[in-house]
Design a protein around this ligand. Structure first.
Ligand SMILES: *[C@@H]1O[C@H](CO)[C@@H](O)[C@H](O)[C@H]1NC(C)=O
Ligand SMILES: *[C@@H]1O[C@H](CO)[C@@H](O)[C@H](O)[C@H]1NC(C)=O
Ligand SMILES: *[C@@H]1O[C@H](CO)[C@@H](O)[C@H](O)[C@H]1NC(C)=O
Ligand SMILES: *[C@@H]1O[C@H](CO)[C@@H](O)[C@H](O)[C@H]1NC(C)=O
Ligand SMILES: *[C@@H]1O[C@H](CO)[C@@H](O)[C@H](O)[C@H]1NC(C)=O
Length: 582
């Protein structure tokens, strides 16, 4: 019973009063973007003119400006609707419009079988909604399954957007619902859903997609575009007091299973029940849309990026962009398959960088052997861009390796050069996407071309033999620079695909990133269980002291209160079967 009590205390704050829900999704595109958003950092000339991408603008020794955000947009796009990266970076910056297809099921737990007449929450997985199927063993509880009868129009907020925190999880919603940031209203979930839905009426938005331990959809009207599949009177999930305890800890089991369901959507392609319209993306990382935020990111790690510094003019611009993107005809796009374009680039480089990182740091063979193997990887990646005319100078050579610039340029523009010719026909969202790919590909290619060129000059390339064979001392030096260059690139890209449990978890375990609200540090947990359902619940003692909830008792055994688990969640293996521990 004690466990149950604590459990119900935890749940409300976990779900942040989200009884069940699904949440919003997509946001529209920016209408404010301009061609200048696409400016090539290395090239002050007209970025739309490919002739201006001359050799001098493809310098191997020129890293991207620190205030560039294309790589943040790139990894954001590559992470949409995936639980893992949005747990890692809970501070969402991005909104994308989308559609929940006809026939998709959504789940809602309740205390009775009355269809909600106000906006309410639904879950994409019943493991989540079942937490809100509230009723004693005597009364049982109610569980509603809905099916979409037509495509439902939604707006998705990325990050841990259902987390009621002061750390940027709700800020994009505040902009849409209220036109200002209201951290003091972080528990005003009823007001939030009501105002989001009220705002969405003019665009015929059916709901909003958010994420916490799993994905949720906040539905504005349970009777619009939805039919009841079942309204089941279920056996109570409250364990009877006298039962033989065959399951050691039902509360932990239920909590674990919500996170377990969330973990099914950890990686690409994420929760596929929502189809996002990338050509309508609006991101606060768009420096043309929200220039007031540029300076606020100076020297900040991504986990500390916030949007509190946004100007009211930029808030208005963001709201206008989202409005436009929801108003526009969904078919009105270039037809480019952006999702695949981003994916192609991640697939092409992510595993190979991992392998190179291993080779550079392993002790498994001689340093010359490992250097040769790393060089082979560089050569393979760049083969489509190494021309017949690419010839290193005998000696001396210039330190910027300008002989390799054509390789850099061909690699850096390989995926985007055709699009540059019709860039003016792209909408602002699509231009933001193009810019993200351009900036990201450019830096990848700059670094690997630089590494390859130094391998060539060190005599490691069989197609470009040098006069002398590589010696160990030279290799120590080369491997040292390579390690540094690759590691800086991987840090800059910061792809979540590289964040995993090492070694891999055992068969009774799964890899887990500490998730809100389990990992909320001591003293920062919400003082008031904000849940309406919590208050109406017949299985909890509503006079529970309000300062207690999430800081005492069993929950503490579940949590690792180190602050770093909060600021930068680190992966670890947790058990999938009893005894649980997370
Ligand atoms: C970004 O930083 C560079 C200098 O590093 C500066 O010239 C440029 O104006 C900055 N861009 C913006 C949009 O602030
Ligand atoms: C059913 O539950 C909802 C939510 O608690 C409540 O508002 C409503 O009055 C209840 N309906 C009935 C008929 O008890
Ligand atoms: C180390 O290298 C040898 C051959 O060079 C290979 O057989 C072995 O599998 C490698 N060990 C690891 C741990 O990769
Ligand atoms: C609820 O808790 C208060 C003290 O926190 C206690 O006095 C009261 O008896 C409890 N009520 C029930 C029904 O358990
Ligand atoms: C989260 O917000 C709290 C309260 O503003 C702040 O003290 C803390 O530093 C923030 N943590 C992170 C990781 O941003």
């Amino acid at each position: 019973m004690f466990l149950t009590l604590v459990g119900w205390f935890v749940l409300p704050s976990l779900a942040a009063q989200v009884p069940l829900g699904l949440s919003p999704h997509g946001k529209p595109s920016l209408e404010l973007g301009t061609a200048s958003a696409i400016a090539q950092p290395y090239n002050s000339a007209n970025p739309l003119d490919s002739d201006s991408l001359d050799r001098s603008s493809w310098r191997l020794d020129e890293p991207p400006p620190a205030n560039e955000t294309g790589h943040f947009v790139f990894e954001t796009v590559n992470s949409l609707l995936q639980h893992w990266p949005n747990t890692r970076y809970r501070n969402g910056h991005t909104m994308v419009p989308g559609v929940i297809p006809k026939g998709t099921l959504l789940y809602h737990g309740a205390v009775n079988d009355t269809i909600p007449t106000v906006p309410e929450w639904t879950a994409t997985d019943p493991e989540h909604s079942i937490l809100f199927c509230e009723g004693s063993p005597d009364t049982g509880c109610w569980h509603l399954t809905l099916a979409a009868t037509r495509p439902l129009k939604v707006l998705y907020f990325d990050g841990t957007s259902a987390g009621n925190t002061l750390n940027g999880t709700l800020d994009t919603q505040d902009i849409i619902a209220w036109g200002e940031l209201r951290p003091d209203w972080r528990f005003e979930e009823d007001q939030r859903i009501e105002d989001l839905c009220k705002w969405g009426v003019q665009y015929a938005v059916d709901g909003f997609v958010r994420m916490e331990m799993d994905f949720e959809v906040m539905l504005c009207d349970f009777t619009a575009g939805l039919e009841v599949v079942s309204w089941s009177h279920l056996a109570s999930i409250v364990e009877p007091v006298s039962t033989v305890p065959t399951i050691p800890n039902p509360f932990l089991l239920r909590m674990f299973e919500v996170m377990h369901a969330g973990s099914w959507h950890n990686r690409y392609p994420g929760d596929t029940r929502i189809n996002l319209d990338l050509a309508g993306i609006v991101s606060l990382y768009d420096t043309a849309l929200a220039p007031s935020l540029i300076g606020s990111r100076d020297g900040q790690e991504r986990c500390d990026h916030g949007i509190r510094a946004i100007s009211s003019a930029d808030i208005e611009a963001v709201r206008r962009s989202v409005s436009h993107t929801l108003e526009r005809d969904q078919g009105d796009t270039s037809g480019i398959d952006w999702k695949t374009l981003f994916r192609v680039i991640v697939e092409r480089y992510s595993e190979r960088f991992d392998l190179m990182d291993y080779l550079l740091n392993s002790e498994n063979s001689t340093i010359v052997d490992r250097a040769l193997k790393v060089h082979v990887q560089l050569r393979v990646m760049l083969t489509p861009y190494i021309f017949h005319s690419t010839v290193p100078p005998r000696t001396p050579y210039d330190l910027s390796n300008s002989w390799a610039a054509p390789v850099f340029k061909a690699c850096g523009t390989a995926h985007t050069s055709p699009m540059v010719s019709y860039i003016s026909s792209l909408n602002p969202s699509e231009r933001l996407l193009l810019q993200a790919v351009q900036e990201t590909a450019r830096e990848i290619c700059r670094v690997i071309t630089k590494m390859w060129a130094s391998g060539v000059l060190a005599g490691l390339d069989i197609y470009h033999p040098r006069d002398s064979t590589p010696d160990a001392a030279q290799m120590v030096h080369l491997m040292g620079s390579w390690r540094q260059e690759l590691s800086a690139l991987m840090t800059w890209l910061d792809w979540s695909v590289w964040v995993r449990c090492r070694p891999a978890c055992g068969p009774e375990e799964m890899c887990y990133l500490p998730s809100w609200p389990i990992n909320v540090p001591r003293g920062r947990r919400p003082r008031h269980p904000p849940h309406r359902q919590f208050e109406s619940s017949d299985i909890i003692n509503t006079s529970f002291p309000d300062s207690l909830p999430l800081t005492h008792g069993l929950l503490m055994q579940l949590t690792s209160p180190q602050d770093d688990d909060w600021r930068k969640p680190q992966p670890r293996c947790i058990r999938r079967v009893a005894p649980y521990g997370f």
